[in-house]
Design a binder for this molecule. Structure first.
Ligand SMILES: [Zn+2]
Length: 655
């Protein structure tokens, strides 16, 4: 016993620096109380296997989730985070593109996938797996899981069979997917000749497929016809009250545009002509709790809190002679298709559904679970362990997607997830498939315009690196600064250039100054010093902000705050001149010690945004890779630690 006491006495008395290192700072007590998930899954929007990864993919579907995945790995450890994505192979566009390229669809997808994977690697997108829904290592797992979904949905009465009309190619004797038919937009004021079956991307008009003018089959260029066909429709209405309760619990947690879109959709609503408004106004005080608003076409929409209230309110309106319709178009969607290229439906449930496949949306919603199995298998784990990630309420599941896809990832997915449970009427318990959190992005514009090949402002990820000569970290950093979570944002090359000058200038200076001063005045070592109060105080503030905003994937204002924190190093150099031995030595030691403290915190906090650059800084500081950990925030680099030479960090930008 005495021996041990002596030993600890020795260790604290011989080295002042050791004592300083051991001192718990506020940051460390903050980290000790931080709530952490047990595991995490991060997914990015899945590209179609029809072309290269472009700047739009990187901005919304790849870089933001990569930042989240790297942060979560620093928070809970590499082994507890799965970051998965892959190509959405059964999207119809792959089939057409393969046809145009004159190769088999397998060959086409494999080539496209390999190119995409290479680009993602070049941008440091740290996926545990980049798979694809049709790939041989994924397809069997994906098919098994998808068929299990269909069986459960069927058993739980979540599928209804409906007849609808679908485009049919009479020369090829096959049905066509919606996206395989194009024609002239029926909007008289629009001249788009390649409008899709039910939607024009130029004017935004939506219409019935029968209205499309001069429809053409993308597969044969012949004129297709609309033909009756039977499909399974997912009944989202059946679980809408459950979804409403769940979505309500996300208020203030999800991004506002996502929350308001899905919450207003899921509230049970009815619609009637505004000619009934006087009677409706008289009736309002006695109706169950509701909200009303005007809708296009001289209509009034009334939203109730639940389906019970809607039924009661509806009968009261009817009694007063108000004819109304349910607003339930969103709540019934077909989830099967008449094409061979896809996940086949189970053959034993209904003979009429034989030969049909799962629609690409439900297919791609299930896919990340199949990708997770592939990722586990690749690392020598049991694929079935994917349930430890997806079926545990202590797992944080973060899905990044475009704002256009919010309906699918929130509403269609939640209805499928609930329908997969033994009892869809209850929200998931421990051990059941968990509902997920979504992070949406708006559209990326380039130099103020929509990115398109015809405008000449379409950039693939490779082009920006090879032809424009940018470093991946410069692009990652700039994309994270944009306000895509809130609104359409502009990738303006002038602003980008200015930002790169800042990174190569003041930011690099913050990295380089302490390293240079340690070499010139302190034998290449961290001096023994005390932490300046200002450094400690500002670190506490930035770490608090960091933890909060990383959790919410709100990167833009956070990065500006981190940049300000980095300026502290430059201000300590101005004030205490650690590089100039004409100034008081003790102050210089304290300042440089504090600068390295800030530098280490910066290195950790910026790692998810600029991983290659921060890795290079880590090597300069001769610190182990394990230091990329949230628990290292607020821990100074030990005095006496020898550092290496400075290197190139953010690239130099020419005028
Ligand atoms: Zn149009």
């Amino acid at each position: 016993m005495e021996h041990i006491v002596n030993q600890s006495d020795t260790s604290t008395s011989t080295s002042t620096s050791k004592k300083l290192y051991e001192r718990p700072t506020d940051v460390r007590s903050l980290l000790a109380t931080l709530k952490r998930p047990k595991r995490a899954v991060v997914t990015g929007g899945m590209p179609y296997a029809n072309g290269p990864i472009h700047l739009g993919h990187l901005a919304g579907a790849q870089v933001p989730p990569d930042i989240m995945a790297r942060y979560l790995r620093m928070l809970i450890g590499n082994e507890n985070v799965l970051f998965v994505s892959g190509t959405d192979d059964h999207g119809s566009t792959s089939e057409v593109a393969a046809l145009q390229a004159g190769v088999s669809i397998r060959e086409f997808i494999d080539q496209t996938h390999a190119k995409q994977k290479r680009t993602l690697d070049r941008y440091g997108i740290s996926l545990n797996v980049y798979s694809g829904t049709s790939r041989p290592d994924c397809f069997p797992l994906h098919k098994e899981l998808s068929q299990e979904f269909i069986r459960k949905l069927y058993k739980n009465g979540m599928l209804e069979k409906r007849v609808s009309k679908q485009w049919y190619d009479v020369t090829l004797n096959r049905f066509l997917q919606d996206r395989n038919v194009q024609g002239k937009c029926p909007n008289q004021n629009c001249s788009n000749e390649s409008a899709y079956s039910d939607e024009c991307e130029v004017c935004g008009h939506q219409y019935d497929p029968s209205e499309l003018i001069n429809p053409r089959s993308a597969l044969s260029d012949s004129t297709p016809v609309l033909k009756d066909t039977v499909h399974w429709w997912l009944d989202l209405w059946k679980v809408s009250d459950q979804m409403k309760d769940w979505i309500k619990s996300k208020e203030g947690k999800w991004r506002a545009p996502v929350f308001s879109e899905v919450y207003s959709t899921v509230l049970p609503s009815l619609i009637f002509d505004n000619t009934h408004e006087p009677i409706f106004k008289e009736l309002r005080p006695s109706l169950p709790k509701h909200k009303s608003r005007y809708a296009p076409g001289r209509k009034v929409v009334v939203q109730f809190e639940n389906k019970g209230d809607l039924a009661l309110g509806g009968s009261m309106l009817k009694e007063k002679g108000i004819g109304y319709a349910l607003v339930d178009g969103w709540a019934h969607r077909s989830i099967t298709r008449d094409v061979a290229w896809g996940i086949p439906l189970p053959s034993d449930l209904d003979p009429e559904m034989a030969g049909k496949t799962l629609y690409v949306w439900p297919d791609s919603l299930i896919a990340p679970m199949a990708f997770s199995q592939v990722a586990l298998k690749n690392r020598g784990d049991d694929p079935k362990r994917y349930k430890e990630f997806w079926h545990d309420p202590d797992t944080k599941i973060c899905q990044f997607l475009g704002q256009d896809n919010v309906y699918f990832y929130v509403l269609m997915q939640a209805a499928m997830w609930l329908g997969y449970k033994d009892d869809p009427s209850k929200l998931p318990q421990a051990g059941e498939l968990q509902l997920t959190d979504v992070f949406s992005s708006f559209h990326l514009q380039i130099d103020g315009e929509k990115m398109s090949k015809s405008r000449g402002n379409f950039y693939t990820g490779d082009q920006l690196l090879d032809e424009k000569g940018y470093a991946a970290d410069q692009i990652r950093y700039f994309l994270a600064l944009l306000s895509l979570p809130d609104k359409n944002s502009n990738f303006d090359f002038n602003t980008f250039h200015e930002r790169n000058k800042f990174l190569a200038g003041p930011m690099n200076a913050a990295f380089e100054k302490p390293i240079a001063a340690a070499h010139s005045r302190f034998e290449g070592k961290i001096p023994a010093g005390r932490l300046l109060e200002k450094a400690e105080k500002e670190t506490m503030q930035i770490v608090q902000k960091y933890l909060k905003q990383m959790e919410r994937a709100e990167y833009s204002t956070l990065l500006f705050a981190i940049e300000n924190y980095a300026r502290l190093i430059n201000s300590f150099f101005t004030q205490y001149k650690p590089h100039d031995d004409r100034f008081p030595e003790e102050e210089r030691r304290d300042a440089l010690y504090s600068c390295f403290y800030i530098l280490k915190n910066l290195m950790i906090m910026l790692y998810p945004f600029a991983p290659a650059t921060m890795n290079s800084l880590r090597e300069s500081l001769q610190l182990p890779e394990a230091l990329f950990s949230i628990d290292e925030l607020g821990c100074p680099i030990e005095a006496g630690h020898a550092i290496g030479e400075k290197r190139q960090y953010f690239p130099v930008v020419s005028e």
